[in-house]
Structure formats: C-alpha cells, structure tokens
Design a protein around this ligand. Structure first.
Ligand code: CP
Ligand code: NVA
Length: 311
C-alpha cells in the first residue's frame, strides 16, 4: 500500500487549505473544462452502490469520463458483496483493477474497513452518518454565489442526518457558523459536533435558527433505509418545514440549499425550492466539478494546482 494513500470518508479528512484549494480547482474546471488535459487517462473508478442514486452515480461517471478515465458501476446486489464476500477481500480485489473506489452504503464503519484493506483511495459517496462529497458541491456553490463562506451564518433546519453531519464538519473547515434546528429526537452526530466545537449551535426553534442567516439548508425527513419511520418522522418534523416564513426570517438575499432528492410539501415548500433563493440545480451540477477536483487531488495531485479565481 502506498505510504501517501489518502481516503475521503469524512469532510474532515481534508485540511482547511486542501479543501479550499480543491474548491478553487473545481471552479476552475467548471469555468474552463479545457484546463483539465484529461489527467486520468487510463485510470478507473469502481463505484459500489448499496443504495439508490441519481446525482452521485452520474456525476462520478461523467466526471471520470471528462478527466479521461472510466467508471465501473457495481450495485452490491449484483456483486459477490451481496452474497457475503468480505469487504476486506473485495477491497483487495478492486484495488488490483481500479485506481480508486467510491462506495455508497449504510455503514461508515464498513467504509473504514474497506479503506483499511484497499490499496487505492476510498471515497464516501454517502453513508448513514456522512455525505462529504455533497458538501464539496455545496461549499463550491456558496462560494460561487456569495464569495468566501468564512464568517457567514448558515441554518440547517430539519433532520440531523448524514448531510447535516457533513455540514457540521464543513462549518469548522470553512470557518462559518452553523445553527442546527432539529427535534430533540433527531439531533446530529455527537462526534461531528465535538469536531466543530463552537462553530455550531443547536436550536429547538427553526425560525430562531433562520433569523438573519445567510443560507438555509435542509434535506429529506426520511433518509434511505428509514422508510419504515416515514409517517412518524413527517409528524415530528413537520414544524421544521422550510417555507416562505422561514426564508423571510433569513437575510433578504439568503440562499436556499437542498442536496436532492426533495419532497415538496414535506421538508420544503415548492414555493421555496422552486423560488428565487434556491440554488439547488447549481448544487447538483457542482457535484460533478467538485468530485472531478477530488479525483484529481486523490489520484494526481500535481494536476490540481489552479490559481484561486477569488484571490
Ligand atoms: N444528493 C445526492 O447524493 O443525490 P443522489 O442520491 O441522487 O446521488
Ligand atoms: N439524507 C439523504 C440524502 C440523500 C442524498 C439519505 O441518506 O437518503
């Protein structure tokens, strides 16, 4: 195994300067796709999916193609992982064919197990507790629309889920304050909160969290794997719906973000997600540019140096 092997299982796997350089590179790639000279020609990405995906799958597959490489789709049910081949053995085998492994599954611990036995970088494409690739895209989107997030205020309103945990890590990494409004049953991960420290404050009242915020963000009330709890969750979380009154409490030019897929009428009203504050389509697009920068960073760091467009 290479001594300098890097994985991306949580946002905090990046140092603040690395994260910022990666976003600058993502923006440079988006502005001028010719800057990328296909640095991943001949390289291959294994994409292991134990859960559904639209954005993550397509953005990684097309991103690899744009960089000159190739992606192999591996739905776990169609692999021997689905028949209980150990993760460690799968990691060893995929590392003999591929240059990186992206995995979307339930268990962060399983991703860490995969990474321990892989000879190539492992990327978290979503687990039950983190969604770091989403946050690269979200931070790129915030930077593009409003400049450096440093010193600004974001409010997460809804379920304290995997995306929320990665937002919490982002607050420490990018230097903004995050208010997290959730019902007490659905608080975020204690380890992510401990990592972020004073950057994050918990709220019971969503309107108080939104007051004067630069950005409002939410996600589904029912994450993948929690479908059996859907009715109970909608009942408990309904007071945390992001609606026009939530946006009116925030700054006049506040952004609205959502990782998608969205459920209009549940966590957000159609008026907000389809309205003037919403940047959700830019977020979705930026999944691809940010992950292209991540793949370059992990597989050929020399390609990533781009002057900051915001310098
Ligand atoms: N936001 C996100 O990860 O979308 P998919 O589930 O479609 O990949
Ligand atoms: N929190 C959601 C995110 C989907 C991209 C889930 O885990 O299903």
């Amino acid at each position: 195994m290479a001594g300098n092997l890097r994985h991306f299982l949580k946002l905090r796997d990046l140092a603040p300067a690395e994260a910022r350089a990666l976003l600058d590179r993502a923006i440079a790639l988006k502005r001028d796709p010719q800057t990328n000279r296909r640095p991943l020609t001949g390289r291959n990405l294994a994409m292991v999916f134990a859960k559904s995906s639209t954005r993550t799958r397509v953005s990684f597959e097309v991103g690899m193609a744009k960089l000159g490489g190739h992606a192999v789709m591996l739905p776990t049910a169609q692999t021997q992982l689905g028949r209980e081949e150990p993760l460690a053995d799968t990691a060893r085998v995929l590392s003999r064919y591929c240059d990186a492994i992206m995995i979307r599954n339930d268990s962060q611990a399983d991703q860490e197990e995969l990474a321990r036995h892989a000879g190539v970088p492992v990327i978290n494409g979503l687990s039950e507790s983190h969604h770091p690739c989403q946050l690269l895209a979200d931070m790129q989107t915030w930077l593009e629309h409003r400049g450096d997030p440093g010193g600004k205020v974001a409010a997460w309103i809804g379920d304290g889920n995997n995306v929320c945990n990665s937002w919490i890590e982002a607050s420490a990494l990018f230097g903004f304050r995050l208010r997290v409004a959730t019902p007490h049953q659905y608080r975020p991960d204690a380890a992510a909160l401990a990592y972020a420290g004073r950057a994050v404050r918990l709220y019971d009242d969503p309107r108080a969290a939104a007051a004067g915020a630069d950005l409002i963000v939410t996600d589904t009330f029912t994450s993948m794997g929690r479908e059996a709890e859907r009715a109970e969750r909608i009942q408990i979380l309904s007071a945390f719906q992001v609606d026009a009154r939530t946006m009116a409490a925030a700054k006049a030019d506040a952004l609205f973000m959502h990782c998608l897929p969205a459920h209009r009428g549940e966590e957000v009203t159609a008026e907000v997600i389809d309205g003037p504050h919403s940047v959700v389509w830019d977020e979705a697009e930026n999944r691809m540019w940010a992950q292209m920068a991540l793949l370059e960073f992990l597989l050929c760091p020399a390609a990533t140096s781009s002057p900051s467009p915001f310098a």
